[in-house]
Design a binder for this molecule. Structure first.
Ligand SMILES: *Cc1c(COP(=O)(O)O)cnc(C)c1O
Length: 410
């Protein structure tokens, strides 16, 4: 596999100076743009002239500040282009609607973000007549059996939510391309850690709300792909983003642009602490789920596709057995200042949630079982604030209080 460094790739894109030579790009707050010569207007409308030529028309179409963020995200994901959206879910929905119409078929991983699950399980089939087959994305034979000549996309997350199974992106890309379908990968859990495009993905979607924001203050998303696909999203007659209109505000784009340069450093620290905690929890004999542990079923696969130097991600799972134990554990940790009982991830402090009864609650009991999500599974988005050893002591103390370190804690 070609070695890729997403942080280097971002650093090597053209630096965007502010209007007055500021080190940061300016925020362009106009919704409409002056055309110097009226005769250039038709060319912009027909898509022959655009941001690359310095031509802007209207803010839902393109905005210079949003375009700067798009260029950086495209560099990070190794794609030709990217377009930013108002949320991660509008990026998922926009990509799906652009790739499929009524009667088309999608093969979708069964362990995905709850909102994406509802979109593929309910909304797209019921409202748009799109046929969806859910599969265990780790079972390549099941994926091969599920694709049909009508399949237009295979959809998965780089690291499944919340089970952290690593998708076999090269094999899934082969299956998709074999039937003329696209592989769409949600890389929200693993920015900089994995670059799905390098391994064959056609379209990469993001919720920038998580690690890219890093502060749980912004809802935003992005779709990364080739020029043709990103261009089609903006088509005046058939573009899902152009016509459904989940446009990103330029103020938000500007904020996120200034957070990308330290995304790599943040991912390294999230990953370093998650690795340490996972190893220590495993040493205590606890059922910890983390793809950086050699005991995790996806460990070898992640080693193969991960970009060197950015760790194995900042999320770990710990199965507390029952929902009651999970709730008790989370309350104890919150009381000690370890982190917050809250959904979402990628925050600078640790966030704790019980997936089966929160972010995956769109799934029925049977779907939860088939996705391998047990009722007591606590998802920890490991933060980097505070002293790591103090955080570990808090974790161990909460475990001791509920009698979970018995056997091997000496
Ligand atoms: C949060 C999340 C989404 C949805 O993103 P929003 O920004 O909340 O719309 C999609 N996919 C994954 C993996 C997520 O974690």
């Amino acid at each position: 596999m070609r070695s890729f460094d997403p942080v280097q790739a971002m650093a090597q894109t053209r630096h965007e100076f502010g209007e007055h030579g500021g080190v940061n790009p300016s925020v362009e707050l106009s919704t409409t743009f002056t055309v110097m010569h009226a005769e250039t207007m038709p060319g912009i409308f027909q898509g022959r002239k655009g941001p690359a030529e310095g031509c802007f028309l209207y803010g839902r179409h393109f905005n210079p500040t949003v375009h700067v963020l798009g260029r950086l995200l495209a560099a990070m994901e190794g794609t030709e282009a990217a377009y930013c959206t108002a949320s991660g879910l509008s990026a998922v929905a926009g990509a799906a609607i652009q790739l499929m119409k009524t009667g088309d078929h999608a093969v979708v991983a069964n362990a995905i973000y709850g909102g994406s699950f509802a979109l593929f399980h309910d909304f797209l089939p019921d409202r748009m007549g799109i046929d969806v087959t859910f599969v265990d994305i780790d079972d390549l034979d099941a994926v091969r059996r599920a694709v049909t000549p009508k399949t237009k996309m295979i959809y998965c997350e780089t690291l499944s939510n919340p089970t952290l199974v690593v998708a076999d992106i090269p094999a899934l890309a082969d299956i998709a391309h074999g039937v003329g379908a696209k592989l769409v990968v949600d890389n929200t859990f693993a920015p900089t850690v994995v670059t799905p495009k390098v391994h064959g993905a056609d379209v990469v979607v993001h919720s920038l709300t998580k690690y890219v924001s890093g502060a749980s203050d912004i809802i935003a998303g992005a779709i990364c792909g080739d020029n043709e696909f990103v261009g089609s999203l903006m088509d005046l007659h058939h573009g899902a983003l152009m016509l459904l209109g989940p446009t990103m505000d330029p103020r938000i784009a500007h904020e996120l642009t200034l957070r990308l340069p330290h995304l790599g450093i943040r991912m390294q620290e999230h990953g370093r602490r998650a690795q340490v905690f996972a190893e220590r929890l495993a040493a205590l004999g606890l059922p910890v789920v983390y793809p950086g542990l050699s005991s995790h079923p996806s460990y070898e696969r992640l080693l193969k596709i991960a970009n060197p130097g950015y760790g194995h991600g900042g999320i770990l799972g710990l199965d507390m057995g029952t929902t009651e134990q999970a709730f008790r554990f989370m309350d104890l940790l919150q009381g000690m200042g370890f982190g917050f009982v809250a959904v979402s991830l990628g925050y600078f402090d640790s966030l704790l949630s019980c997936s089966a009864s929160s972010t995956s609650s769109e799934l029925e009991d049977e779907d939860l079982r088939s996705a391998g999500i047990s009722p007591g599974l606590v998802r920890i988005s490991v933060g980097y604030t505070g002293d790591m050893e103090e955080r570990w002591n808090q974790l161990e103390s909460a475990l001791r209080t509920i009698g979970k370190t018995g056997a091997r804690a000496s």
